[in-house]
Design a protein. Structure first.
Lengths: 372, 58
């Protein structure tokens, strides 16, 4: 036996990789013991989302920007692959277990379309979508860290007013189900992928291996989320709940809101966020991204020196990200990723409207001086 | 000069403070009231606390 030992890799702040993993495991085990195994599992799934998104650099806003500005389709194709993989299992699974599992099914309406357009614009302004803002905040991105609390406040306010907006005009929910629904979804995903590849710049059509891996891992985590929680991966409900709990802690009565007064939401307000599905995965995403950032020694980068208009724009865009995503019945995760992968028509409409909004957001980001 | 370490730590500190505030102001956690580990196969209906859920009075 050799007495040569390899020292544990040391990271900034005296943290070791073993410490980071140990703290994450301890959090999962502690929550499992204190609240129940389902909640521990959901925190673990959230950590997995954060590790994959940050570790393999899988995003939503950035790839859309790359497609629009450079006709680089790789990230967008990876999103479509991941959505397709989830759909192959989720659509039949929901059809067979309709009581226990619910899809991200929402109606198309005027406010939904407008909300998706505004969300698409704002996610390009801050270069962070629902999951992206959490990942970026966890990895020390100052723009996202500033946007995040306003995202939560916006999500709370959007939910507060949601019924007023849906009353402006909302069609019945259309959810593709069964074999036919799955085939339509996969053909539509393939058609979009084909169009994206047709429009791509020469030499950009190959996906790097990390994106294939990320697409598969993300799909597995999204399916785990569905099987454990009974509902698909989402982000913005949890953020709005955090703000709602904040205002109720100061004695504000939310019974005047048609949304927050509903029994489901009253229960969520009374219970800890540590028993709320989307809150747990959101916390996990922030934690997972932090672990990767520390692991990579990525926290030593200096904060950007941006003009005042950029910071003011970030606050406004952060609020609008939250508000608009509630009107749109989800963000890039709840509506686009989970909506399409569970057969909801609103996911497709969200995709089109948010992509159109992204063109405007890229222009506004430049005008605000956020491009540096 | 501030680095990303400052914002990442600030985010974690604020998140921890929010969780503490939440635990103080919410019903206590109770593992004996926890739902089944997996929703699939549990026979329990989904809670519907999702961003895509259309709020109804039902």
């Amino acid at each position: 036996m050799s007495d040569i030992s390899v020292p544990a890799p040391r990271l900034p702040g005296g943290l070791t990789r073993a410490t980071l993993i140990g703290v994450a495991l301890l959090a999962v085990l502690s929550l499992s013991a204190a609240a129940g195994l389902r909640y521990g599992l959901l925190l673990a799934i959230g950590l997995g989302f954060g590790l994959v998104l940050e570790g393999l650099r899988f995003g939503f806003a950035g790839p859309w920007r790359a497609m629009i500005l450079r006709r680089d389709p790789a990230g967008l194709i990876a999103q479509l692959v991941s959505i397709g993989l989830v759909a192959i299992i989720a659509i039949p699974l929901i059809a067979a277990n309709g009581t226990e599992l619910i899809g991200a099914h929402a109606p198309v309406g005027w406010a939904m379309i407008g909300g998706a357009f505004v969300f698409g614009a704002c996610m390009q302004i801050v270069l962070g979508c629902g999951s992206g803002t959490l990942v970026n905040a966890g990895s020390g991105n100052a723009v996202s860290a500033l946007a995040l609390p306003f995202f939560a406040i916006g999500s709370f306010a959007g939910a507060y007013h949601l019924l007023w907006w849906t009353n402006l005009g909302t069609a019945p929910i259309v959810a593709l189900s069964g074999t036919q629904g799955l085939v339509i979804t996969l053909v539509a995903l393939a058609a979009v992928a084909g169009l994206v590849l047709f429009l791509a710049a020469p030499g950009t059509r190959r996906l790097p291996r990390r994106l294939w891996l990320a697409a598969v891992l993300l799909a597995a985590l999204a399916l785990a989320n569905l099987v454990v929680a009974g509902q698909p991966w989402g982000v913005v409900y949890g953020l709005g709940l955090w703000a709602a709990k904040g205002v109720t802690a100061f004695g504000v009565d939310l019974s005047g809101s048609g949304f927050w007064a509903l029994p489901t939401n009253q229960t969520r307000l009374a219970e800890s966020v540590l028993t709320d599905v989307t809150s747990l995965t959101n916390i996990g995403i922030i934690g997972g991204a932090f672990i990767v950032a520390v692991w990579r020694s990525g926290l030593s980068a200096r904060l950007p020196g941006l003009p005042a208009r950029a910071w003011i724009g970030t606050i406004i865009a952060g609020f609008l990200l939250g508000y608009a995503s509630r009107l749109a019945f989800g963000c890039n995760v709840g509506a686009f990723f989970s909506g399409i992968s569970t057969g909801s028509l609103h996911g497709w409409v969200w995709f089109a409207a948010a992509f159109a909004g992204s063109f405007q957001g890229i222009r506004i980001r430049r005008a605000l001086g956020l491009d540096g | 000069m501030l680095t990303r370490k400052f914002t990442a730590m600030l985010t974690l500190i604020i998140l921890t403070a929010l969780l503490w505030l939440d635990l103080v102001n919410s019903k206590p956690l109770d593992p004996f009231r926890a739902p089944a580990v997996l929703a699939l196969g549990s026979g329990q209906a989904g809670a519907g606390a999702h961003c895509a859920a259309l709020p109804t009075a039902d």
